[in-house]
Design a protein around this ligand. Structure first.
Ligand SMILES: [Zn+2]
Length: 124
């Protein structure tokens, strides 16, 4: 049964709804997924995937995402050229007036930059 769930992971729907956090401990999710009744839960490890399957949650979660203000500024700087390019393309510097695809593209660039720099910080 678990193997079947892993095969379902290949669909675009699952790919687009992939959780960022482990449903058990709220740490970063790995590529492990628990899928049941259309609900997709991420897991950080095989052990936590097993717990999620058993309906367990960590009683006192130690993990929670933090915003690093310096890296947020770096991400904004990194995304600025793309913002200017998309503003010119859409004829407006007002984000909500852009095509949805361009808004999503810009936010993806921003988040991606933040995460890449967060990974670099973690690896220092
Ligand atoms: Zn976990």
């Amino acid at each position: 049964m678990q193997r079947m769930m892993n095969q379902i992971c290949l669909s675009d729907d699952v790919k687009n709804k992939r959780p960022s956090l482990c449903a058990y401990c709220h740490g970063l999710a790995s590529s492990l997924l628990h899928i049941k009744n259309g609900k997709i839960k991420g897991a950080c490890s095989m052990e936590h995937l097993k717990y999620i399957g058993e309906g367990k949650t960590m009683e006192q979660k130690q993990n929670f995402a933090q915003i690093n203000e310096e890296l947020l500024s770096v991400a904004l700087s990194d995304a600025k050229p793309r913002y200017i390019e998309l503003s010119k393309k859409n004829g407006s510097y007002v984000l909500h007036q852009w095509d949805k695809e361009d808004r999503v593209h810009f936010v993806r660039k921003l988040v991606s930059s933040y995460l890449v720099n967060s990974k670099a910080q973690a690896d220092e």
